[in-house]
Design a protein around this ligand. Structure first.
Ligand code: PCA
Length: 331
């Protein structure tokens, strides 16, 4: 061997060429979410991205594109499947056209506290992970919105007031629920709420105190009826092929950061429920709980929704329900 080649071989062995020939280049990922920067969900995923970068010494960098700036809500999951973007976040119940499993966190009377919502997620997680895997996707974590209630521009005391009322809903089940109450639903993205009100397309809406606060609900409505309908969740997921391209330690760091993000997100949701309710009050809104005939009508509309779901529900969906009921009765 010539002197030069010997030197080269020694340099390779010593790892001196590692800078020019890295074993694996740092990965740059894009992550799309429909929700804006003021949302606690977005704050949580941005923290997650920072945690990942730190834990991997910059080997995996995730850029969060918030507020639907990169991809519209309905295109996020297909885009992550294709691998156009490596990661995304969606409002899980918007996937209800794929399976009744994705509607289970929008059923009234099922999980009406953070504890129950968490149990429901624990029993749903394996099924949903399997369904995502079939599409080449890997869920990372899921975080709930505070429970859903009703925004109106009048004091809501009588179910008859909802008849013919045009109401904004974030998913199909909420639309069905509004129909059951005699209202006229329109599905609108969170970011389109101000326009929907200001152009007179809607008079009321169903969502959480968080979204009401983020969208300055007090500009359009005066009352929030805390009906505590359900705790719907967002789900954050990645393209499985992109995940498989990461080395073992990066994969592990990502999953650890995801577990922390899930825990932190549930806590942020609880805190946001309190602070957003306070913000609504500070802006002059009235928050009340439904009573009497109104409460009875809301319950009846909810029962009808659950009954319809039962008829649509397939085996995996019903299994989640029965597992959930077992866990709840064991509490
Ligand atoms: N905010 C989102 C989803 C549920 C919620 O509380 C929205 O209304 O679009």
């Amino acid at each position: 061997m010539s002197v030069r080649l010997t030197t080269l071989a020694a340099a390779v062995a010593a790892g001196a060429l590692a800078v020019t020939l890295p074993a694996q280049a740092a990965q740059q990922w894009n992550m799309a979410t429909p929700y804006g920067d003021v949302s606690f969900h977005t704050k949580n995923i941005k923290q997650f991205a920072e945690d990942v970068s730190e834990a991997t010494n910059g080997e995996l960098q995730i850029t969060v594109h918030s507020g639907g700036s990169l991809i519209g809500h309905s295109e996020i999951k297909p885009s992550v499947r294709r691998g156009t973007v490596q990661a995304g976040e969606v409002f899980m119940s918007t996937l209800s056209n794929e399976s009744p499993v994705y509607e289970i966190d929008t059923l009234p009377g099922l999980a009406n506290s953070y504890e129950q919502a968490h149990t429901l997620w624990e029993v749903s997680k394996p099924v949903i992970t399997g369904m995502f895997a079939e599409q080449g996707l890997k869920p990372l974590f899921s975080v709930p919105w505070p429970s859903q209630g009703i925004y109106t521009d009048f004091e809501l005391t009588d179910p008859a007031q909802l008849e013919g009322l045009r109401m904004r809903a974030p998913n199909i089940n909420t639309q069905r629920y509004i129909e059951n109450l005699g209202g006229i639903p329109t599905e609108t993205e969170e970011s389109d709420i101000p326009t929907a009100f200001s152009t007179g397309r809607v008079d009321g809406m169903i969502t959480s105190v968080s979204t009401g606060n983020a969208m300055s609900a007090w500009d359009y409505v005066s009352d929030y009826t805390d009906a505590n309908l359900w705790f719907p969740k967002n789900i954050v997921f990645v393209n499985q092929r992109a995940f498989d391209r990461l080395d073992d330690s990066t994969q592990q760091a990502l999953m650890e950061a995801a577990a922390r993000a899930e825990e932190r997100g549930w806590q942020m949701s609880r805190e946001d429920q309190a602070s957003s309710a306070e913000a609504l009050r500070e802006h002059g809104m009235t928050i009340s709980e439904p009573e009497g005939e109104l409460a009875a009508a809301l319950k009846a509309a909810g029962d009808e929704l659950v009954e319809g779901w039962r008829q649509r529900a397939d085996e995996p969906a019903l299994e989640i329900l029965s597992e959930y009921r077992q866990q709840e009765s064991a509490q």
